[in-house]
Design a protein around this ligand. Sequence first.
Ligand code: ZN
Ligand code: MN
Length: 504
Amino acid sequence: MHYETIIGLEVHVQLQTKTKIFCGCSSAFNPDNPNVQTCPVCLGLPGSLPVMNRRAFRLSLKTALALGCDIARFTKWDRKQYYYPDLPKGYQISQYDLPFSSNGFVEIDTDVEKGETKKIRLIRAHLEEDAGKNIHDESGRGHDSHVDLNRAGTPLLEIVSQPDMRSATEAKTYLEELKLLLTYIGVSDCNMQEGSLRCDANVNLWVHTDDGQKIATPIVEIKNLNSFRGVEQAIEFEVARQIEDWERTHAKIGDVAKQTRGWDANRGMTFAQRGKEEASDYRYFPDPDLTPVTVSDEFFAEVKAELCELPASRRRRYRVDLGLSHYDADVIVSQGNHFTAYFEQVAKLCGDGKQAANWLTQDVQRELNSRSLSIDAFPISPAVLGDLLKRVAANQLTVKSAREVFDALLAEHDAATDRHEAVELSTALAEKIISDRGLAIVNDTGAITAIIAGAIARNPKPVADFKAGKQAAAGSLIGQIMKELKGADAKVVRQMLVDELSKP
Ligand code: ZN
Ligand code: MN
């Protein structure tokens, strides 16, 4: 007998609009000043009427297209009735039977080293409004509870997956990939601390018995997970709990009502909240105050044109066209679209994707980390770094010397910053550092021959030793010559020296 873990995720993403979905109130995160971003519409006062935020719909459509969803050209709004203090209207405006999009998928890496991927299918994505926030006194002293409606009416995109994930790690990877995609296309900041990306996990087991049966256990929904770690840990805990539960009760799906559980991050465990409502409990019906939405061909085409290349496609292109490993492609793409733009410019300029990737993932990233900078604020531009690496590719500069120039440029920047001055780290400045320090590889054989001749003239003793058969005597000469030449290729120099000394 063995167990298989079955996971489906419902993700709520806050869309990056200036105002709420059905009124003109600001949708900015503002927990310090409760109830200042409200109006009759989002307070649910009688007689007020909602008007749809066109931008919220546009961002949702853009997301659904990026997720490969089918888009409904006709979609409507429904009221989902439930009573809660943070829901002043007594219902949430959402989409029930005619969501604006369905199907689609997210492709995740299941093994980066081996390049194994898996498609997580989506059921649907729909648009709805967020509720406000209830704030309870957790000190244990008072009995005060407060309601903050700043968040009420914020546009949310709900993305519902099929139960296609088979482990907590897969669920975490799915969420990370979804977040990356949403930030690439610029529809949400996905700030998890501020609740812009929240997730409910539906978890149950398939029990594969020795006599070949497959039994599904009751589904449990873990609500409001707001960190990648939380998702992973909550699912791991829940799987262990459900195995124990199965062994004790042998309860199958349908035997008990679907349960909702919360996640206590401090204690590292899930806890029972309530029996889950069925859709029929919500008494959904079409909202009579909002007109249905029809998507015109023009609007559809316009939004489609705004899409940029998605993370999965970028990874593939870096591997196929630029020869990057799965690992390097993954590291670069996961840094976001500004980082990939920088990388692509460097790779194009130097004509060596692998070399550009090495520098970006090591030297550049190390500096960004130690300076707490984003790539946009990095003092060395992609043009300058690209030019430097082009010299390496053309055998005009060793990697070691390029690193010296890279460090010298940053030192120039730091010194200027200390003097409260601005300095432009230009290609010309890099060139000056190369010539001042004599870092250019000497490919001119005439120059090398002259330096070799000088060294031979100054060192009669080692020369005589070499001619008497002591091969090792060439070593001290090469050392002197390389010191003068700096960037030259040691192998070439050695051969030229030996040739010279071997002349009768
Ligand atoms: Zn409002
Ligand atoms: Mn929802």
